[in-house]
Write a protein that binds this ligand. Structure first.
Ligand SMILES: NC(=O)C1=CN([C@@H]2O[C@H](COP(=O)(O)OP(=O)(O)OC[C@H]3O[C@@H](n4cnc5c(N)ncnc54)[C@H](O)[C@@H]3O)[C@@H](O)[C@H]2O)C=CC1
Ligand SMILES: N[C@@H](CC=O)C(=O)O
Length: 357
């Protein structure tokens, strides 16, 4: 039996659900895949719980009782002292600072799985540096949930491109939270701010919902796919239409923004009023490969088109390639939510485990 040791950073929406899924699937993984999953470290932004033999279903109580403030060195020392092998660090944070330690993790023998999109959307130099370090140390990095949550988007785009297929365009609804917001807001009389709160409570938005409303989260996803297609782009080159007022995004803190979200209601009412009969609002992303352009924008879409008909927090990705011609390869399904995202992370962990000797 191959024993893998998970060091989980981030025990919020996605992290918590992942723990539950890993504990529940443990026996199945052992029996069907020969992989025994152990979670000796779980950490949030301030505290970590370190248990060599792994957390149990009492992990929340144990964390409250025994988690201690920590530095990365404490975790690195612990994994060495305990001689833990087959190490997989999971980044289930949304932190911009946390990704700075990826290189140190790789150098200290860790493989990586990330739900966090930041590492793949910093400078092209950093993107290449991570991959160079991974190659040098013989480590792996999986990040399927960076685009489309649990949907198989990254692997499909990468697989087509690596196989020599000419991908010409990717177009679709890349944001689960904006999908939910516009589906709900277009269809009923709720205020925009109430729908936004609901999306947050359902775990669809980023921890700071402005990441979604500013279009930055979609921008990141576009860049991640573009880089899979070996387009050498930077985040600043993505053309992004923001849906948020400058005054609420600039100097305002996330807490202040939460208190002022009703200021968005009037703007979105206007967007809604301007809809033609039978049309819905859609925030879409588009990569034109030949032109090397990446764009995220709000459009008015007829309800009866592929993009117009989606429901709930669905994403839809139309992947146009030479072989598929005018009829794109289409992938659709829930594009946000803790359960689908955590399952995508778990799937990455399992795939990565199977590569470890
Ligand atoms: N919610 C969704 O549908 C999807 C989320 N994701 C990504 O998953 C990630 C996590 O999202 P949520 O669980 O909703 O966020 P959350 O805000 O519920 O949880 C974040 C966790 O990270 C911890 N954290 C923050 N900074 C840290 C640091 N420096 N070191 C260690 N821990 C730190 C926080 O204490 C918290 O436990 C985000 O990057 C998000 O973009 C990706 C795909 C879909
Ligand atoms: N906030 C994101 C969550 C997944 O990445 C989204 O809305 O799609």
């Amino acid at each position: 039996m191959k024993k893998v040791n998970i060091i989980l950073f981030g025990i919020g929406n996605v992290g918590k659900t992942l723990i539950e899924q890993l504990l529940t699937a443990k026996k199945q993984w052992e029996e069907n895949s020969g992989v025994s999953v152990n979670v000796p470290v779980i950490a949030n932004s301030t505290k970590a719980l370190l248990i060599a033999e792994g957390i149990t279903e009492n992990w929340e109580k144990d964390f409250k009782k025994s988690a201690k403030e920590y530095k990365l060195e404490d975790i690195l020392d612990f994994t060495k002292e305990q001689d833990l092998e087959h190490l997989i660090a999971i980044d289930a944070t949304a932190s911009k600072e946390f990704v700075e330690i990826y290189i140190r993790l790789i150098q200290n023998g860790f493989n990586l799985v990330a739900a966090n999109k930041v590492a793949n959307t910093l400078s092209a130099d950093f993107y290449k540096k991570i991959r160079k370090e991974l190659e040098y140390h013989g480590k792996h990095f999986f990040y399927e949930t960076n685009v489309g949550a649990g949907l198989p988007i990254v692997q499909t785009v990468r697989g087509l491109h690596q196989a020599g297929e000419k991908v010409t365009k990717i177009r679709g609804v890349f944001s689960g939270s904006l999908s939910f917001i516009f589906n709900t807001f277009s269809e009923n009389k709720e205020k925009f701010s109430d729908v936004l709160k609901k999306a947050g409570n359902l775990g669809y938005t980023e921890p700071d919902a402005r990441e979604d409303l500013s279009g930055n989260d979609v921008g990141r996803k576009l860049l991640i796919l573009a880089r899979e297609l070996q387009l050498d782009k930077e985040f600043q080159e993505v053309k992004i239409q923001s849906l948020i007022l400058e005054k609420l995004n600039g100097e305002t803190s996330a807490e202040e923004f939460q208190k002022r979200i009703s200021e968005l209601d009037e703007i979105f009412n206007q967007h809604k009023k301007q809809q033609d009969q039978g049309h819905v609002l859609r925030y879409i992303g588009e990569i034109e490969v030949e032109k090397a352009t990446l764009e995220a924008k709000l459009i008015s879409e007829p309800k009866n088109t592929a993009l117009g008909q989606i429901k709930g927090a669905d994403n839809i990705f139309e992947i146009y390639t030479e072989s598929y011609g005018d009829q794109p390869l289409v992938i659709q399904g829930a594009g946000a939510g803790a359960a689908v995202t955590a399952r995508g992370v778990a799937s990455d962990v399992l795939k990565l485990s199977q590569r470890l000797n």
